[in-house]
Design a protein around this ligand. Sequence first.
Ligand code: GAR
Length: 200
Amino acid sequence: MLKICVCVSGGGTNLQAIIDGIADGTITNTQIVGVISNNKNAYALERAAAHSIPAACVSPKDFEDRAQFYDALLEKVKSYQPDLVVLAGFLVNVPEAMIREYKNRIINIHPSLIPSFCGVGYYGLKVHEAVLQRGVKVTGATVHVVDEGMDTGRILFQKAVSVEEGDTPKMLQQRVMEQAEWILLPKAINKIANGELLSE
Ligand code: GAR
């Protein structure tokens, strides 16, 4: 059984896709052992509560400096003893100590086709705003392993999504989620849980 800790910051639709995937058998051999949010108002926390999944908020606002926040975050992750950490809309730079502790055991979903529209400043709706501003016709989502860089780790899955005439950032975000994110992230977790992706 793959024990996963899911880190979130906001609405938690990707968390929901994981919960649903486990319930409907799209994801097998997997248990969510904890959900961590950096934002106490994240709706994702309510999703966890609704499914009786242990959840906690570790907010930078509750600590004097970044180092203390990072220590608390890592301690909270470790307390759940996960085999895999899943960043599902987690809009915090992952501390280096956590990357060392969970080398090749952290994955992230990013709402673009990396290496386009990724790195510093590209997160959430900002990615889709930039896509529309640049006028590209195809975007998508990427699941990748998290390393020390920003969105630079090994790519596991990508899926392309069309940009349509008249799209707003929110419309595009919704399409990328529906057609790519909510499919790719459960698929990646299922493969990892069944020994196919990160077994090296
Ligand atoms: C998702 O689109 C996810 O790909 C993105 O934040 C959104 C969270 O939505 N993540 C990033 O931008 C990471 N760089 P959700 O809370 O509804 O899952």
